[in-house]
Design a binder for this molecule. Sequence first.
Ligand code: GCB
Length: 837
Amino acid sequence: MVRTSQTINEGWSFLNEGIAFGQNELLVEDESWEKVNVPHTWNAEDPFDAKKSYRRGVSWYRKIINVSIKNRDSKKIYLHFEGVNQVADVFVNGIHVGKHKGGYTAFTFDITKALNSSEEQLVAIMVNNAHDSYIAPLSVGFALYGGIYRDVWLIETGEVHFDMDNYGSKGVFITTPEVGTAYAKVIVNGTVVNEEITSQNIEVKSIIYDAANKEVKKVSTTVELEPGQKSTYKHEILVDNPNLWSPDSPYLYSVKSVVSEQGIIVDEIENPLGLRWFSFEPNKGFFLNGKHMKLRGTNRHQDKRGKGSALSNAEHRRDMQLIKDMGCNFIRIAHYPQDPEILKAADELGLLAWEEVPLVNYMTIHPEFLENSKHMLKEMIRQHYNHPSVVVWGSMNEIFLWGNNEARISKQDDPIYTNKVAEYAKMLDATIREEDPARYTTLAMHMGSDYDEVGIEDVPQVASYNVYSGWYGGKFADFGNAMDRKHEGKPDQVIFISEYGAGSDSRLNSDRPERFDFTGQYQRMFCESYLEQIEDRDYISGSAIWNQFDFSQPHVGGSMPHLNQKGMATWDRKPKDVYYLFQANWSAKPMLHIAEKNWAVRAITSDFKEYTITIYSNLPKVTLYANGKKIGSKNVGSLHKVEFNVVLHKDQNYLKAVGSAKGEIIEDTVSIEMQKQGDQQKPDMFINVGSNAQYYDDVSNIAWLEDSPFNGLYGYIGGKETLLNRKNILRSGRHDPLFYSLLEGLKSYKIKTKNGAYRLTLHFMESEELKAGDRVFDVIVNGKKIIAALDLVEEAGFCYGIDKTFDIDVNDNEILIEFVSLSGKTTLSGLELIKLN
Ligand code: GCB
């Protein structure tokens, strides 16, 4: 028989607890189990709630599967799991058929011997995502979603078949040692297995098809297989005048591997084949098919809002399309192997790829950890070996960021640990080179000196750096300077920038952006500078933005708690304005984008205000119209960016940018709503106290003003604009960005307004881990004490938003809110003033 493969994703029963014996039919009532389909994770929501941790432990999945009884004696039955996080124990009819460690690689178990004689078989899987010191990753900045979160396959073969017992791979490996424009040499190495009780004389064929599915060449050999024997074969095939694979033209051949017995096909599998050659040069960067190509890339985490890690293939594919459409020619699949659909899409769309195993932040210096990591590397490489998109394998990421006491440190201080890590790094790098000498090895380092001190920088063929100068500290220019020093110091080392990025929240915007304010404007400034610095340096072979999508980062605060906000697109995949900076610079498809879409609702206190409007475009010239009037035409400058100064008025404004490419008109429009506050007619005000940024509340469609020292209309007297320490996670539930900034030590807040009755709401939050009594203050409005001895810790606790609302009367066209400290510093995070009629 020829093999059959089918997914068995539907109708699983799931038990979200760690009771033992879930595999046993008699001991577990099915009613108490929840019905789920896989891909599934039990952590789609809990890493993001107010509780400190999320559920990491044991859960069970089980399902009755049907296995036909026809010719059962001459069949082999397998379960293939694309990914289960992180330890899976698989039982069939109560019999343990295998254990797999590691949450990101596939595995295959032969279940033939555990089958009963009926069609119905009970499959039960115990899944455990608890911390395990011997399995990477140990410490990470992303959620470790537990579950069977990728497809599950039931595979049936005959007794003679390609090897199913080779690190979850298909058992056939293709290399292309010589590729040129005249011919390509293709080598197919495979293993066939005979599980019959008699010896078999079989024929193994490798057939190459072109992209139109037309046969190009075939080679066959005969193999004599003893009962129970495995045998390897090697086919060498020449393809004349090959169509080369590249990001611009991702031409894919395929290789069919066929086993026949007496002319009858008994097993068949297919693999992709792309013909290309590549190299990295220390001074000049990356070359593909003999041509220089700067690698322009991004990183991708696999999770998504509401889904955790359990995405459908269509969702994975769409992510890859978004990356391709941004103009990338490269993807770093970080920090772990991802769904098979990702590399399939990389092959088909034309994205060169780096894939890595999740050794992140630190490791356990123990042979068991090393063995598990090597095993994971082999699984990754063998499972993804045949993808032409892969050019680099990675073994580690920022392995010296944390000390061995599981906390971030600025400098490693234990030489026993650092030397052992260096030793392990060499062994893992050697494993990659043994497994796949045709690709390059790499590891990603942060900007500490530890790597160089123990020689880790020199271990991989490509030294990769994660750089955040101008975000976590320092200035943008520090990046280029630091790289120049590295290149001067080691002119023979290939350098790649594996990460650079800054966070943003599309609801925060400012015309005076600052480091760490999470405005889109700051993120764009950061990326513009890095892009320029990378392009200016030929020795930088390429780069990957951190990150393509916002992703989970449990236990870290920001304007969106538990999220890493450095995405080019939001967690639910809406491209931010910054996405189009890269598209304008990298994509050949004519485009222009008015980079003001994330600030489409603004607060102003006058009837008019002048703004710099930014447009990213790869067209030569752009004309801008505002409210039907032509503002001007400009040639697009460096970085494919053009700016116009435009006066916007209160209420709705309409901007249109127009350009042309080869006679085709390309345009983009945006409506900007300017909400006037503090007006004589409508004196309502919403102020994001302590922040340089405006906050747009998309729930109520209200833009909150940026703060200011008293400016004649509103503002503070005394106090310091402060950002919440990101270790402190706000638990307010509403208006998160408001509490991310605060004004500390203020004396008073003043607003000029017209007389009448108002409702005043003050937003407070205790931003430090203080005790009751440490911070206590009175609040006095126009001479009247409205809050006596406010103690935020006592009232709500650490990091809870508190709203205090009062009705007040204004008689002298002024509201003066005084903050009088009784102990510690006063604080305020937001202010709302609404006129009552
Ligand atoms: C890094 C890490 C990555 C983090 C990133 C960040 O260097 O490799 O896992 O998410 O920094 O945003 O801090």
